[in-house]
Structures are given as structure tokens and as C-alpha cells.
Design a protein around this ligand. Structure first.
Ligand code: IPM
Ligand code: MN
Length: 352
């Protein structure tokens, strides 16, 4: 019996999470596993009413779950930073989810903005460090609001944090067993302290993985190669900030935010799975956004829980939907409503 916390959150989060839950139910009946859902109301609405972001009681509940399934956090009436830091980043940090796993995979049938590139070219995964770097929250103001003000925002890189992330990337690459190559994405030509540490840790850990090829690229160059030669990549490992940036680029080349999902992983703890698209306030309640990103996040959650066959079943159903039914995943352009797309996924799961 899996205990899964569901946090539908803001904007279109609840609509897409509902489809993921629908798919979970269908696949659990076929692959015979049991689960229990616990819903938590977190996000902008709660904050506006109560000034609470993530109460300790809920945080403690989350620590006792097998996984967390998240929709989206972000509200147009709440100042940027409050909900992100108070909910999303707080969960990542407090639950020690030190890996952010973001597959960039183009399914056959999905449109990519890259000319002359297809599914055989776009299939890699970004492993983003998820609890340190510029996200650590180290810094502050001096003389804020005066002409002499100073803002300091430090980027923290610990040997332990960097090394465990890199080791995770090599292990993941070995298990994935595709091109058997890990690319470190850094900026060793300018950030000569932080990425010196990353680079040394990278090549030291690499010695434990002689079957895996190593590769390095600066973050700016990676942005170029992801567009020009995405087929070069297998596993990319990088720090929190660079990982945040390059995974939005990754989402676009795999067909957009309507299909891109991610996992916030603590390999021995409680992990959280989410579509990476955000709350999309202007489409809220219209039933026009793609639920496939949220359904992919559900697939990643099943994989992580060890329900490998169920995860595979969900992925195959998604692949059928984009091949036969929905080619354009942009909001309002699918030709189906959010829940109809969820129904299509369920139909293919049941038929298989
Ligand atoms: C992401 C998001 C978050 C991040 C924001 C919402 C804090 O952009 O998950 O990539 O920057 O990590
Ligand atoms: Mn981001």
C-alpha cells in the first residue's frame, strides 16, 4: 500500500493532477497495486486566506509519505518568491530531495521547434543538483533601498552535495545504458571556484565508472548544442541554477511544457513528482491545458516506487496519444479538452 500525498496547488495544477490521478487508478487496477491518496491544500489561495505557506503539521505528514504528487505552485496575486520559497523549495530542502531529474525525450508525433530533429535525436536526461547553489538562500542586503545598497546572493557548493549528485548521475547513466556518457555542464572559465570543485569531483567519481564516457561543456555552449546537436547528450549533470535554466530549454525541444515532467528525488527518502509547466493562471479552469506532463510525472512516480511495468504502461499510452491523437500540446491547440486527453491515456492503458 503506497501512501501518496497529492498537492494539486494553484492555477491549472488541480485540472492536470486530476488526470494523473485518473491514470493512476486505471493502471493500479491492471497492475494490481494499492495506494492511498492524501490531499493537501497548499498554494496561493490558502496563503491569501491564512498567510500560511507550508504549516509544520503538513510538512511532518509529507515526511511520512511514500511519494508526493504536485500540480503547480504560483499565484498572480502573490508576490514572486513567497510561494516558491515557502512551499516548493521548502519541500525540496526539508525532505532533502537533492536530485532534480528531468528527462528530455521527444516522442514520435510531437512537434519540436528544432528543424530536422526527431525522436532519435532528442532523448537525454538532465540531473540537476536540487538543494544548493544559488537556491541555498545565502545572502542579504546592506543599506537596502538607499543609493548605496548592496545585494549579495551567494552560490553554495559543498563537496558532499556536489559529489552525491555526480555519483547519482553516473549510476543513473549506467542503469539507463544508452549512450553511456555523462556530460558535466558548468562554467569553469569564469566560476573558477565553484566549478573547479565540480570538475574535480566529476573526474574523481568518473574513475569508479570506467564504462561511462565523460564529457564537459560550459553552460552557454550547452544551450547552443541542445538546439544544434541534441543527439550528443545522454546524461547531463549540473548545478541548481544552470539546471533550472537548461531544463526549460529542454522542455521546449521535447514539445513544450505540456509534456515536460520532473522528479525531486531523495533516493532513500520521500520524493516529489511534478509537471514542470507552472500554474498557467490565464488558462485556469478552461480545460485546455495538456495533462500529459502531469501524467508523465505520475509515470516517473510509479517508476520510483518500483512499479516498473505500470510505469511502462503509462509511458506507452502517452506515446500512443501523441502518435495518434494529439500532436500539438500547446494550451487550446490539442483538439481535445484536458480531461478528454486523460481519457485517451486511460483508454490505451486498458486496451493494451
Ligand atoms: C522549477 C521552477 C522552480 C525552480 C521555481 C518555481 C522556484 O522554475 O522547478 O524549475 O526555480 O526551481
Ligand atoms: Mn524552472
Amino acid at each position: 500500500m503506497y501512501k501518496i500525498a497529492v498537492v494539486p496547488g494553484d492555477g491549472t495544477g488541480p485540472e492536470v493532477v486530476a488526470e494523473g490521478v485518473k491514470v493512476l487508478k486505471a493502471v493500479s487496477e491492471i497492475h494490481k497495486f494499492n495506494y492511498e491518496l492524501e490531499y493537501y491544500n497548499l498554494g496561493g489561495e490558502r496563503y491569501l486566506k491564512t498567510k500560511e505557506t507550508l504549516p509544520d503539521s503538513i510538512l511532518n505528514d509529507l515526511k511520512r509519505m511514500d511519494a508526493i504528487y504536485l500540480g503547480a505552485i504560483g499565484h498572480p496575486d502573490v508576490k514572486p518568491g513567497i510561494l516558491e520559497k515557502g512551499i516548493l523549495l521548502k519541500i525540496r530542502f526539508e525532505l532533502g530531495q537533492y536530485i532534480n531529474l528531468r528527462p528530455v525525450k521527444l516522442y514520435a508525433g510531437v512537434e519540436t521547434p528544432l528543424k530536422d530533429k526527431g525522436p532519435e535525436d532528442i532523448d537525454f536526461i538532465v540531473i540537476r543538483e536540487n538543494t544548493e547553489g544559488a537556491y541555498a538562500g545565502a545572502g542579504g542586503f546592506i543599506k537596502r533601498g538607499t543609493p548605496d545598497e548592496i545585494a549579495i546572493q551567494e552560490s553554495i557548493h559543498t563537496r558532499k552535495g556536489v559529489e552525491r549528485c555526480i555519483r547519482f548521475a553516473f549510476e543513473y547513466c549506467r542503469k539507463r545504458n544508452q549512450k553511456n556518457k555523462v556530460t558535466l555542464c558548468g562554467k569553469t572559465n569564469v566560476l573558477t571556484y565553484a566549478f573547479d570543485l565540480w570538475e574535480r569531483a566529476f573526474y574523481e567519481v568518473a574513475k569508479e565508472f570506467e564504462d561511462i564516457e565523460t564529457d564537459y561543456a560550459h553552460v552557454d555552449a550547452i544551450c547552443m548544442w541542445m538546439v544544434k546537436n541534441p543527439e550528443w547528450f545522454d546524461v547531463i549533470v549540473t548545478d541548481n541554477m544552470f539546471g533550472d535554466i537548461i531544463t526549460d530549454l529542454g522542455a521546449m525541444i521535447q514539445g513544450g511544457l505540456g509534456i515536460a515532467a520532473g522528479g525531486n528525488i531523495h533516493p532513500k527518502g520521500v520524493s516529489m513528482f511534478e509537471p514542470i509547466g507552472g500554474s498557467a493562471p490565464k488558462y485556469t479552469g478552461m480545460g485546455v491545458v495538456s495533462p500529459l506532463a502531469a501524467i508523465s510525472a505520475c509515470q516517473m512516480m510509479l517508476e520510483y516506487l518500483g512499479e516498473t511495468k505500470a510505469a511502462r504502461g503509462v509511458e506507452e499510452a502517452i506515446m500512443k496519444v501523441v502518435k495518434h491523437d494529439v500532436r500539438n500540446l500547446s494550451a487550446g491547440k490539442m483538439g481535445y479538452s484536458t480531461s478528454e486527453v486523460g481519457d485517451l491515456v486511460v483508454k490505451y492503458i486498458v486496451e493494451s
